[in-house]
Design a binder for this molecule. Structure first.
Ligand code: AMP
Length: 617
């Protein structure tokens, strides 16, 4: 922006409603916005670019989110809820609880709609509420940045999120008081950020290794058109699995007399997991990590006895430990390339996403496999939020410069006789997609037809996930061929499925009742919304008080800057030097007006523009 335009920009940008992009990650989350055409990560009020996706409750009942919750979890793992994205929109089952026990410190429970709830600090909460608390915190960070309310956003989700998981994410946003302009697939978001920063157009592969899952997408990017050619992944492969390898190695070093108690104790296991995760991150920059873990034992025992573990992990040994996992990553790349009918050399840019891609071995394997180094210029753990911000701004401005052509992340089928399924929309079909097929009821004389709808790659119904069923009644079936039932699947560009079945003899139609959907009751959503709104109001007031208290320091800095600029204008007079003085003086004047009016939005704008001037100086 031209320096002379700064004061005008205040008026202009202040009038526009801010929009944000949110990466709601399993391990870390981030919020970003577009500033003068460049995507920009909004720092949290604690000053960090990434917010740990952890919610906790102190012994005094105070809610803590992000880094503070992570610190609380170090001491009191039973008071925090990390990695809840693993369960969002899923149906609870005993199997899910068994798997959860290995990776999270809290028990999972079944909710009234079959949804997953968790027990943390003695509270039973729906997983969507935890996500809403995280989203709410990011919203507050954005509001502190802009000095005014923010509600419009784009939220990213993994490409392989199903209908239920997408609905639950929208529900969490609703509870947090956010209006979702669109749910955007994470790889597409990352490609938008990399594309913008590197001015890249062509065939790209997004390699996204996060905390819980691994996703790969191949996209064609051409003049604002993002066309996904194929997508795939492994939902059980992420940073947590790398941590689990280290934990296994640590458990083997626990003295024999304690090992059994330690492996059965949630608190001890969480301590080992935290230490493993920290060591893993250290090994991205150093060749050795030292680990010192205390209080390992049975915390539930009335007279607990603890042991201490001190050890060192070399990067080379860690790479050997994680080799089966890195091999699986490349297997997934091969499968996705095969689906897109491409070879590794056809890929013109590799875009790394997710904190795990900071691991040197991952970068090395990727470079070797594709025969080129990955694209740089964007932080892999910020790419998704930055891309979401780019798309949010695009949707808000309604300029229609971007076209997203995504693909179906799962095969969608109808269950037929013999326990098998008939595929209507195949995985990797471009969306939106429509498919129609006629089915004949099972037997003559049947009055009712149940048409089960499945999602999954197997040809056997019991190996797929049942989404729900369409029930057509009052059929009049003389013999089977009399009543063809026409089933239509419509998959929207956001991955939402609608199904209709029509009795072609009478024209009677029914729509799908989605059983896999685990949304909460309207009354509960209202109550959770009210709780979140009260919390946010309280926090926003505290943030406003803090902004009013700290802004005079920004003005002091601006005054010092004016004096400096005036001095250099005297020493070396020029039109530019005079303009620079005028510009800071104008901002200073705007800032003083903002203080008089208590206008935090204006204060935020003045701060932002002053920072930009200092950066450009
Ligand atoms: P994401 O889901 O993208 O937030 O990725 C989080 C995962 O990346 C977690 O498993 C983190 O432990 C891991 N991670 C974050 N930073 C690093 C790092 N510097 N080196 C290795 N792994 C990291």
């Amino acid at each position: 922006m031209c320096r002379r335009c700064a004061p005008r920009a205040i008026e202009c940008e202040a009038r526009m409603e801010p929009v944000i992009g949110i990466d709601l990650g399993t391990t870390y989350s981030a919020v970003a916005t577009l500033d003068s055409g460049r995507p920009f990560v909004i720092p949290s009020r604690a000053g960090a670019r990434l917010t740990p996706s952890v919610v906790g409750f102190t012994p005094r009942g105070e809610r803590v989110v992000g880094a503070r919750a992570q610190i609380l979890g170090d001491e009191m793992p039973d008071r925090v809820a990390p990695a809840t994205k693993r369960f969002i929109g899923k149906r609870w089952s005993a199997e899910l609880e068994r798997a959860a026990k290995l990776v999270v410190p809290y028990p999972t429970l079944q909710g009234p709609q079959g949804e997953v709830r968790i027990k943390v600090a003695g509270r039973v909460m729906p997983v969507t509420q935890v996500s809403a608390m995280l989203l709410g915190e990011l919203k507050l960070d954005a509001e502190a940045h802009f000095g005014r309310p923010v509600s419009k956003c784009v939220i990213t989700v993994p490409a392989n999120f199903d209908e239920g998981q997408r609905q639950a994410t929208r529900e969490a946003a609703r509870i947090a008081g956010l209006e979702v302009l669109r749910l955007l697939n994470e790889p597409t978001a990352a490609a938008m950020a990399y594309g913008l920063v590197n001015s890249f157009e062509g065939r790209a592969l997004v390699f996204d290794l996060g905390g819980g899952t691994f996703d790969v997408s191949v996209l064609e990017m051409d003049g604002g058109v993002y066309e996904v050619r194929a997508t795939g992944g492994d939902p059980q492969l992420g940073g947590d699995d790398f941590d689990a390898r280290i934990v296994q190695w640590l458990v083997a070093q626990v003295p024999d007399a304690f090992r059994d108690a330690v492996t059965k104790d949630r608190v001890s296991m969480q301590r080992l997991r935290y230490a493993a995760e920290r060591a893993k991150r250290t090994l991205s920059d150093q060749s050795e990590a030292l680990l010192s873990i205390g209080e390992l034992g049975d915390h539930a025992s009335p007279e607990p006895r603890y042991c201490q573990l001190d050890t060192a992990l070399a990067r080379s040994f860690y790479e050997t430990l994680s080799e089966p996992l890195t091999t699986r990553c490349l297997d997934v790349c091969r499968q996705v390339l095969e689906a897109a009918k491409l070879s590794p050399r056809d890929v013109e840019a590799v875009m790394l996403v997710g904190g795990m891609t900071r691991m040197p071995l991952v970068r090395e394997l990727v470079s070797r496999f594709f025969g080129r180094p990955p694209l740089s210029g964007v932080n892999p753990d910020e790419a998704v939020a930055l891309g979401a911000a780019v798309h949010a701004a695009e949707l808000a401005s309604r300029q229609g410069r971007t076209l997203l052509i995504d693909v179906a992340s799962h095969t969608l089928s109808v269950g037929v006789l013999g326990g098998t399924v008939r595929r209507l929309i195949g995985r990797n079909s471009p969306v939106p997609a429509t498919a129609k097929e006629a089915f004949l009821p099972g037997r003559a004389g049947q009055r009712q037809a149940r048409i089960p709808v499945f999602q999954g790659e197997s040809e056997f119904a019991d190996e797929c996930t049942k989404l729900g069923e369409v029930v057509l009644s009052e059929l009049n079936v003389g013999n089977r061929a009399d009543v063809p039932i026409e089933v239509t699947f419509e998959l929207s560009n956001e991955g939402t499925l609608s199904v209709r079945a029509v009795d072609t003899t009478t024209g009677m139609a029914e729509a799908l009742r989605i059983e896999a959907r685990t949304t909460l009751s309207a009354t509960e959503v209202d109550a959770l919304q009210a709780e979140q709104a009260a919390y946010s109001k309280d926090q926003a007031e505290k943030d406003k008080a803090l902004a009013l208290q700290t802004f005079p320091r920004v003005l002091d800095k601006a005054e010092r800057l004016v004096r400096l600029l005036e001095k250099s204008a005297e020493e070396e007079p020029s039109e530019e030097a005079d303009a620079a003085v005028g510009e800071v003086k104008a901002l200073l004047a705007q800032g003083r007006v903002a203080v008089r009016l208590g206008d935090t939005a204006q204060m935020a704008e003045v701060t932002r523009l002053l920072e930009r001037l200092v950066d450009e100086a």
